[in-house]
Design a protein around this ligand. Structure first.
Ligand SMILES: *[C@@H]1O[C@H](CO)[C@@H](O)[C@H](O)[C@H]1NC(C)=O
Ligand SMILES: *[C@@H]1O[C@H](CO)[C@@H](O)[C@H](O)[C@H]1NC(C)=O
Ligand SMILES: *[C@@H]1O[C@H](CO)[C@@H](O)[C@H](O)[C@H]1NC(C)=O
Length: 390
């Protein structure tokens, strides 16, 4: 038996509940009943559509929107003008005169001085492989670090506190540190540009002069030693020459492609040469070294980098930073940001979808890496497990 007081809530046909509410004339409509009245006459299928399908679509759009826009990129963006690729000749037995001639360049009587300048964040392992690889041919190593990441997070001066591990370089090192500006909500590319301008000043302090060579690249873009030797000995090398590097991700186990192009070598001109990391000429030298992105020893370094780098907006969900997930993605050769390949043609996007195939080659890698294979095991094929503690 139903209580009379609540009678109108208890009509037998539940989908008539609104009808019952609307016909009540108590004058005390709840907002629920008002909504009911507005929707009166809309049938059940429409309810399902509004309450289930629409939110599902919005959620899918939110989660996969970036993917959809990347997949459609070939429709709205055409590829940049292709580089002019210069073939690269090398054999350890060939004389410098022979090699320069093969490239169509003359040979010099004495080599140019070479400056290597980098903005440093926290990539200590890759830095030591880089500096050992380049050591024989670099006049001055110039390193600048800031106590702010590009995204405006405070960071310790990591190099300063590990400087004693790089004593082999001390006599050729110009080190600078920079106070971050910590402006809230600023585009990370402005902080990056600010640090590059400071690097220009540090280069002058380091004593760079006209006609010296200046290597502009990120720490993880490592030209091979013989490439730098070739460029310092040959004459008539293009004044600004990009270097084509092999792109690796996580370690030398995952060869993504051979298309890294940002690193460049400049013949320095006072007042004209500016430290930059974008395209500055059309000339590029083939097969000139390695670019190892996200090549870290510890999971904590991956997480730091994901938050700190200029594309940190790609961390769309906190679960992306979960250490177990990061470890799984590394071993699979997957994408830390769950994104599609950034390519300009459908053929390239589809060709690169899914995990990166494992490589079993450790041939032609930086020499210091192989000489210290035990210390840098995590960079070699078959060693995807990373250290967990900080
Ligand atoms: C390299 O040079 C050495 C000595 O000049 C010679 O014995 C050797 O056969 C050469 N190797 C190659 C691969 O040409
Ligand atoms: C960063 O460095 C500047 C200059 O050395 C200093 O004034 C500032 O307090 C530092 N900020 C942080 C967060 O360490
Ligand atoms: C990159 O170049 C190497 C030879 O230098 C080749 O063996 C490899 O298949 C190329 N990889 C890709 C992904 O194009």
């Amino acid at each position: 038996m139903m209580g009379e007081a609540g009678g109108h809530y208890c009509s037998k046909k539940t989908d008539d509940i609104c009808g019952a509410l609307c016909s009540q004339e108590t004058g005390r409509f709840s907002s629920f009943s008002r909504l009911c009245c507005a929707l009166r006459g809309v049938d059940m299928k429409t309810y399902i559509f509004l309450l289930v399908i629409v939110p599902t679509c919005l959620l899918a759009g939110y989660i996969h929107g970036q993917k959809i826009s990347y997949f459609l990129r070939p429709l709205w963006e055409s590829p940049p003008k292709p580089f002019h690729d210069i073939p690269h000749y090398h054999h350890s037995n060939a004389s410098m005169a022979t090699l320069c001639k093969l490239h169509g360049w003359g040979v010099r009587e004495f080599p140019r001085r070479v400056y290597d300048a980098v903005l440093f964040s926290n990539e200590l392992d890759i830095l030591s492989i880089r500096w050992r690889e380049l050591y024989p041919y670099i006049t001055q190593f110039v390193l600048l670090e800031s106590n702010s990441t590009f995204t405006g997070l405070p960071k310790p001066l990591v190099f300063a506190s590990h400087r004693d591990e790089f004593s082999f370089i001390e006599s050729r090192l110009t080190y600078g540190s920079l106070g971050g500006r910590f402006i809230k909500g600023m585009n990370p590319f402005y902080e990056e540009a600010y640090q590059r301008v400071a690097l220009d000043q540090l280069l002058r302090i380091a004593g760079i002069t006209d006609d010296d060579l200046l290597l502009m690249s990120d720490v993880d873009e490592i030209p091979s030693r013989h490439t730098i030797n070739l460029l310092r000995w040959c004459d008539e090398v293009p004044k600004i020459l990009h270097l084509r590097l092999k792109n690796y991700l996580y370690s030398f186990e995952f060869l993504v492609d051979n298309k890294s192009w940002r690193a460049s070598v400049h013949r320095y001109e006072t007042g004209k040469t500016r430290y930059a990391h974008y395209r500055q000429s059309d000339e590029i030298l083939a097969d000139a070294g390695w670019h190892c992105s996200f090549c870290f020893r510890r999971i904590s370094e991956f997480v730091f980098k994901m938050k700190a780098y200029s594309h940190s907006d790609r961390v769309r969900f906190r679960r992306f930073l979960n250490p177990e997930r990061v470890q799984r993605v590394i071993c699979k050769g997957g994408d830390l940001f769950d994104m599609l390949p950034e390519e300009y043609t459908f053929k390239d996007i589809i060709g690169k979808m899914g995990p990166i195939p494992h490589s079993f080659s450790a041939v032609h890698l930086p020499s210091y890496l192989l000489e210290n294979a035990e210390k840098y095991r995590f960079l070699l094929p078959g060693n995807c497990i990373r250290e967990k503690e900080c």
